[in-house]
Design a protein around this ligand. Sequence first.
Ligand SMILES: Nc1c(NC[C@H](O)[C@H](O)[C@H](O)CO)[nH]c(=O)[nH]c1=O
Ligand SMILES: CC(=O)[C@@H](O)COP(=O)(O)O
Length: 168
Amino acid sequence: MATANQNLSNYDKSTVPNAKEFRFGIVVSEWNAKITEGLWKGAFDALVDCGAQKENIVRWNVPGTFELTYGASRMSKSIYATSSMLDAIIVIGCVIQGETKHFDFVCEGVTHGIKDLNLKGDIPVIFCVLTDNNLQQSIERSGGKHGNKGTEAAITAIKMAQLRKDTN
Ligand SMILES: Nc1c(NC[C@H](O)[C@H](O)[C@H](O)CO)[nH]c(=O)[nH]c1=O
Ligand SMILES: CC(=O)[C@@H](O)COP(=O)(O)O
């Protein structure tokens, strides 16, 4: 189902585990900051709405979406994680098509990078990266008429943190 046919912000709290005991890392790209800040707010607000403690949400910034993989990798090995303090990581970025093929390489790079982290690591890394044709599409998916992908990513992070706990 395409995003246009659903709202990214819709969730049923009765189907979401309580996040009170979970700790979350969020890595945010500074490129297209007006969009990524909207995604961050969506994610943060949804985590707290589902019981997460604000002090259990740690944020790091990176310059661009391509750096999200490195940021998440370092965070997963950081002091926050060595004592198994992180239960899930969310990476937030917004890639918008320009005049060249650079869009394709940034999107492919971060997609494969985050996929590899999920395969090789112990902490689920949630892919909250918009890959849009234009700014309007990004606006519509970061708190606009199609909802907020950050909200969707937060719910996914809680569910994956619970799955990790249940399968340990
Ligand atoms: N064009 C966009 C970029 N480009 C920058 C890359 O992400 C990266 O920081 C650079 O290639 C240096 O490694 N980043 C975005 O997040 N969004 C874009 O639209
Ligand atoms: C995704 C990008 O890197 C892109 O926005 C950069 O723009 P351009 O392709 O015009 O250099």
